[in-house]
Structure formats: structure tokens, C-alpha cells
Design a protein around this ligand. Structure first.
Ligand code: ARG
Length: 711
């Protein structure tokens, strides 16, 4: 290409200054730049540019100081220009002047819908081979503008998400070079965008700069064939660029850095062409969703919007109806846009967990795919959560049965109608029709309470944590005691999951008492808790430690195996009770009071006890059966079994998790539901407080007596 055929547009800095702050570079620089020095630096750049191209000028205007940054005038491809719509009102005044220039110079001008920001060549850079367009979003330009670029310019658009506010325009951190090279600053982008870049630009063509070069705006460079014009580059960077055949021309632009711009920003290439081979559309997808609830008070709306942007998408709130009274709910319709189908699916499935729904008229059937191999789901299957879920079949919502997390949804036609059901992967059979994608799925969430819930509110922590007062501790245990009493008295179901620590910490007598008094309807654990409990009942030690005195008993380590051996001789725990061998302890009480228990085996089990289920699939099924219909699950220091239980439990079941390790508590109580309570404390102590509190509660029987006395 001859120099004469390459043209750029520039704007003299006659009215240039830093008058306001719309990016981090401008902060602290208002009226701190020198006009004279700016003019001098601009002139130098102008001369350098003229050595390699023709430079046209647009007339500067008073009151729009950033007009010097002509890169933001619009995006040019051949004879067409997409005019910028500035995000900040401070720059919107430039739009008519740039429009006029383009029109006078024979361009076809496209203007974006109002309220759809896009900042021209600052945020959209052509691959120098003309194969595609790189387009940035996240700060100034809206992702939704990208499909317009694809349509009007008939070119493939690759959307890149900017993450660092210092690099608010794509051209501040990204510069496609001749021969397919790329000069860029990877940390300015999210990981999805970095992957996209790496897929399109082979490693030996990627020239990544370090932060010191990035903050000197080394990527804000003008590339004309072999020449790269920029503010400043480190020796190392210069060397790397020279090695691959480029020539660097440095020209200081420090006065413009104060406004957040440099060489590239000050120029707009107005001769750009596309390779005829590479016309293609953008891969961008959009969908509309609805949200309902106490959107503002509960923070639901901001969580949903954060989730969209954190997931790499962007959004537009189409409408929002604010509930007027305290108790009335709000509703919103939001358009979600994502740079690819994958990203969209990820964002949508999280939005569904929050309770988002597609507008009713839009989908009649969620797509289904047929299982072709037993125990294996189709690739794109919808992974279930703990929340009650509905799926769209024949234009109706069908409630999914046997809700649990980490399953697939199987839809079948029965004589009674359509049935949708959660199934584990291993239970899928050839021919099952499985829900794929997320188009017609919704989760039914209880309208969240108006109070904003923070992580702190969900987690009570005492003993060893200075945060909570004694009084607070009492309140939590008091409340749990009250609920336990309610559940027992109305014939409800309380399930305990317990680890061996319950025995080591002296909790056995308290848990035994809860069972004796009818507070426990099922007990889940592993081999260890049963062995320790029985060892204590038979010999007064737990793993050889005397539970009364807290010291090791000589030869005590054998007690553990002796306990196992004794039960094996009897045939089972129940038989040991029957034969009068086992006469106290947690499992003795279970047998005596017909409380079913299930012991799930593991690789580290000694023995095991005859009662321990070493077939893990059978053990999982057993647990699932015992959990069914539970009102509350009390998880006592067993990470393994508690997580197992958590995975099988639908939302709506109150879970109380007690562990001395905050990580376990957080993991288990973080089910995104208000029903879970986590308590960080010693489990023996917790049980003793709980039993104490239960003792303080007045029973209906006592109440009746009191009433009688008063009468
Ligand atoms: N002060 C201007 C702004 O924040 C600087 C624009 C720089 N231009 C660019 N293409 N990066 O909008």
C-alpha cells in the first residue's frame, strides 16, 4: 500500500485541557496540563504521522476538550462509519461535529439507538489483516452494540471484556499489528477474553507487555506497516518488537496521558479495508428474563446484575416495576447479552438459581435429548440444584419430582400425564429423555425476606471467636432448642448426621439423651462414630482415651478393635443390645427406641462393624431414604457425611451445621438459602448447651399443670 493511500484523522489541541474526570488518569489532573506543551507534543506526533500517511484535520471546538482524541469519533470500515455514542455526557457534545466531518467526506454514517454506548475506534480495532474486528466492552461500550457493528460492517466481531478501569478503552491495552502480531496487556482482560485471544493469535505472534509499559500507554500505538508510533517503550519491549521486524518511533505524549490517552487515541485511521473472505456475523447472544420478589430490599436485583457482569455478559434493564408498599414485590425485565453461547448458558443457569424466568409466551418446550448410553447424560444436560424446579413441556410448567442437586431431569409421558423427575447420572437409562439447555427452566424461590442478608447473618460463631457475645450464643441454641421441641411435639422428623468427634468431645451422653427423649428420628454416620460410641459404652474409652479423666489408658489403643470384635461376634449392633452386651450409648438408645440409623463405609474403616454398609451406592440410597420428609437436619462435625447429606437434600429443609472448623460450616451453610445455620464451636459443648436449653423449655404437660395451679 502506498503512503498516499493511508489516511488518518486528527484534531489540533487548540482547546485541549483536563476539565473533568471520566477515567482514573484524569483524577488529580484537572487543569494541571500545559496547553503549550500539549501543542508541542501534538505537533511532533502530527509530523511523525505525516511521514507515513496523509493526515486530515477536523476543526477543534470550544467546550469539548477531549475532541483531540479522534479515535473516539467512530469506527470506520471502507466507506462506512459507525458513529460513537459517548457513555459520558461530558463527551456527547463531540458527536455532531464528528458526524458532520464524516458526512462531508462521503462516508455512510450509521447511528446506534439512543442509550447504547459505543466509543468508536477506541473500543473496536480491526485485525491488521482485515480478518475480523476486536471489540471491547465493560467500561465505555455496551456489549449490545457489537451485533450492530457485525451487521453494518459485515464483519466477524470478537468481543473482549475489559476488567481494569485504567484500561477503559480497548486501544489502551490492545494493539493489533501487521503480519498478525498483537501487542497487548493480558491482565486488562478477563479469562474468557484471554482464551479467545489465545485461540486467534498464535503464541509466537503475541507480544505481551508488562505493567510498566502498559501504564506508559505502549499499547496505545499507531501501526503503519513496519512502523509503530507510541509515547514510550522499555528497552526490552523495543528489542522484542525489533526482533520481529518492527521499527519503534517514540514521541512523548505525557500531556495527553493526563487525560488517559496517547498516540493511538489522538488518531483515527479512516482508510480501513476488510478481507473479502471474512464476512461473518457476531456470535453474540441475547435473552430476556424476568425477576420477581423483594428485588431491592433483598438485594436480589443487584445480585442478578452482578452475576451477569461477573460472568462476562452485559445487561439492559428493560423495565422495572417497583412494589409500592413494604410488603408488595417488584418485578423487572432484563435483557442479558453474552459474547458467546457458552457464556450465555453459564450466566443463565446461575440466573435460574436466583429464580429468573423467561417471559411466559417465549418458550413452549425446553429442548430434550435422548440418552444413548446407560448412566451417561447428553453433553448439554441441565444440572439440577436444591431448589424446587419447573420445566416447560407442551407450553406448561411441570414441577420436577425428587428434587436434589447434581442430577439430570428426565421427562416422560405417563398415562397420568407428563412427569419430570430428578435422576442421578448412574440411574439414567437408554431412551430416557433428558432436559438440555436452560431455555424453559425455572426455579421456584420463596420470596426472600425484605432484610438484606449478609454472610455474617447466616453464620453464628462462638467460643474461640471474639465476635459474638455470650448472649448471642444462648440465643442461637435457645432457638434451635425451641424448634426441636416444636418438631418433636408435632410428630415431625429430625435427622442427625454425626461424626466421631461427638464422642471425643463428650457429646455421647447428650446425644443419647436426645434420642431417648424422642428428638431424633434418624441417625446417619460412618463406621467410626459407632465404633467410638460402643468402645466408650463397653470400656469407658474413646480411641483408648479415658473419657472421664481425659488421659490415655495403657494399652487403650486396642480397645477400638476389641469393640469392633465384640459386635462382630454378636452379629450386629442390634443383636449386641438384645444379648445384653451393649447396655448404653448412642447406638444402644437407637436400638431401644427404634430410631433407624445408617452407617456409610469408607476406605479407612477398621473392621468394619457388621452394620456398616461398604457398598457406597447402597449407602447413598439408604441415606436418601432416611432423609426423606425431614424437617430439620442437625450436622455434627462430620464434613464427609454432612456434605453427602447436603447433596441429597432439597431446599426448604432446615440445616444446622456445627463444627469447630469454620471452613466446614461455611461450605455447608452456604446453600444460598435462608434455612441454613452454621455454628462454629466445639460439638460436645453445643450438645450440652442444647440439652440444657431443652430442659428449660416448659413442656405442654408442665404448662397444663401450671394452668391448673393458677386456677
Ligand atoms: N479523556 C478521554 C476519555 O476518557 C480520553 C480518551 C482516550 N481515547 C482513547 N481512544 N483511548 O474519554
Amino acid at each position: 500500500m502506498s503512503t498516499a493511500s493511508i489516511r488518518f484523522l486528527m484534531c489540533p489541541p487548540t482547546y485541549y485541557d483536563v476539565d473533568y474526570v471520566i477515567n482514573p488518569w484524569m483524577e488529580g489532573n484537572v487543569h494541571k496540563s500545559s496547553r503549550d506543551r500539549a501543542v508541542e507534543q501534538w505537533q511532533k506526533l502530527f509530523h511523525v504521522m505525516k511521514e507515513h500517511a496523509v493526515v486530515d484535520l477536523v476543526e477543534p471546538q470550544l467546550g469539548v476538550p477531549d475532541m483531540v482524541f479522534t479515535a473516539n469519533a467512530g469506527l470506520v470500515l471502507e466507506n462506512t462509519v459507525v458513529l460513537s455514542r459517548f457513555y459520558h455526557k461530558e463527551r456527547q457534545g463531540e458527536e455532531p461535529f464528528f458526524q458532520q466531518w464524516f458526512e462531508q467526506n462521503g462516508f455512510t454514517v450509521h447511528t446506534l439507538p439512543k442509550d447504547l454506548p459505543f466509543e468508536g475506534a477506541g473500543d473496536a480495532l480491526l485485525d491488521r489483516e482485515g480478518r475480523w474486528l476486536w471489540a471491547g466492552y465493560g467500561f465505555r461500550s455496551e456489549l449490545d452494540s457489537h451485533p450492530y457493528l457485525a451487521k453494518w460492517l459485515d464483519i466477524e466481531v470478537l468481543s473482549l471484556r475489559l476488567m481494569d478501569e485504567r484500561f477503559y478503552h480497548l486501544d489502551t491495552c490492545f494493539c493489533p499489528l501487521a503480519n498478525g502480531y498483537l501487542l497487548y496487556y493480558p491482565p486488562a482482560f478477563d479469562s474468557y477474553s484471554n482464551r479467545l485471544i489465545e485461540m486467534r493469535v498464535p503464541e509466537h505472534k503475541r507480544i505481551a507487555v508488562d505493567e510498566p509499559d502498559a501504564v506508559n500507554f505502549a499499547c496505545n500505538a499507531v501501526n503503519i506497516d513496519r512502523v509503530i508510533i507510541m509515547n514510550k517503550a522499555s528497552d526490552d519491549l523495543k528489542q522484542r518488537l525489533e526482533q520481529v521486524g518492527f521499527r519503534i518511533v517514540e514521541t512523548p505524549l505525557t500531556e495527553f496521558l493526563k487525560a488517559g490517552g496517547a498516540a493511538k487515541c489522538l488518531t483515527l485511521r479512516v482508510t480501513e479495508s476488510v478481507q473479502p473472505l471474512h464476512h461473518a456475523a457476531a456470535t453474540i447472544e441475547s435473552r430476556t428474563i424476568q425477576l420477581q420478589g423483594h428485588l431491592l430490599d433483598s438485594g436480589l436485583i443487584s445480585r442478578a446484575l452482578d452475576l451477569v457482569s461477573e460472568g462476562g455478559g452485559s445487561f439492559q434493564v428493560l423495565n422495572f416495576h417497583l412494589g409500592e408498599q413494604k410488603q408488595s414485590t417488584s418485578s423487572a425485565e432484563i435483557r442479558v447479552t453474552a459474547p458467546s453461547h457458552d457464556v450465555m448458558e453459564k450466566i443463565m443457569s446461575q440466573l435460574i438459581d436466583l429464580g429468573a424466568v423467561a417471559p411466559p409466551q417465549e418458550v413452549c418446550d425446553n429442548p430434550l435429548e435422548i440418552v444413548t448410553q446407560d448412566g451417561v447424560a447428553p453433553d448439554d444436560f441441565y444440572v439440577t440444584t436444591i431448589y424446587p424446579t419447573e420445566v416447560r413441556v407442551n407450553c406448561e410448567w411441570v414441577r420436577v419430582q425428587n428434587q436434589r442437586m447434581d442430577g439430570a431431569i428426565v421427562v416422560s409421558q405417563t398415562p397420568e400425564g407428563v412427569v419430570a423427575e430428578c435422576k442421578l447420572l448412574r440411574d439414567l437409562r437408554k431412551g430416557d429423555r433428558v432436559v438440555v439447555g436452560v431455555e424453559g427452566i425455572r426455579t421456584v424461590r420463596k420470596t426472600e425476606s425484605r432484610e438484606v442478608r449478609t454472610a455474617n447473618d447466616k453464620e453464628f460463631s462462638f467460643m474461640g471467636s471474639g465476635v459474638s457475645s455470650e448472649r448471642r450464643v444462648e440465643l442461637v441454641v435457645e432457638q434451635i432448642a425451641w424448634e426441636l421441641r416444636q418438631i418433636r411435639d408435632r410428630g415431625g422428623k429430625m435427622v442427625v448426621v454425626a461424626g466421631p468427634v461427638v464422642i471425643h468431645t463428650g457429646g455421647a451422653e447428650h446425644l443419647s439423651r436426645l434420642i431417648r427423649e424422642g428428638y431424633v428420628q434418624a441417625l446417619l454416620g460412618g463406621n467410626a462414630i459407632a465404633v467410638h460410641d460402643i468402645e466408650q459404652a463397653l470400656m469407658g474409652t474413646s480411641l483408648g482415651v479415658d473419657m472421664q479423666r481425659g488421659v490415655s489408658v495403657r494399652g487403650g489403643h486396642r480397645h477400638h478393635l476389641k469393640a469392633i470384635n465384640t459386635i462382630r461376634r454378636c452379629g450386629s449392633i442390634a443383636k449386641a443390645v438384645e444379648q445384653g452386651v451393649l447396655t448404653s450409648g448412642i447406638f444402644y438408645e437407637c436400638v431401644k427406641h427404634n430410631v433407624p440409623f445408617s452407617l456409610a463405609g469408607s476406605i479407612r474403616d477398621d473392621g468394619p462393624l457388621p452394620d456398616t454398609q461398604m457398598d457406597l451406592l447402597a449407602a447413598q440410597a439408604d441415606y436418601a431414604r432416611l432423609i426423606q420428609g425431614a424437617d430439620m437436619i442437625l450436622m455434627l462435625s462430620s464434613m464427609l457425611h454432612s456434605i453427602g447429606v447436603g447433596n441429597m437434600t432439597p431446599a426448604g429443609v432446615k440445616m444446622v451445621c456445627v463444627d469447630i472448623n469454620p471452613a466446614v460450616v461455611t461450605k455447608l451453610s452456604d446453600r444460598g438459602s435462608v434455612e441454613s445455620v452454621g455454628i462454629v464451636t466445639d460439638v460436645g459443648l453445643f450438645l450440652s448447651l442444647l440439652v440444657q436449653q431443652l430442659g428449660k423449655l416448659t413442656s405442654p404437660y408442665q404448662l397444663a399443670q401450671i394452668v391448673q395451679t393458677v386456677q
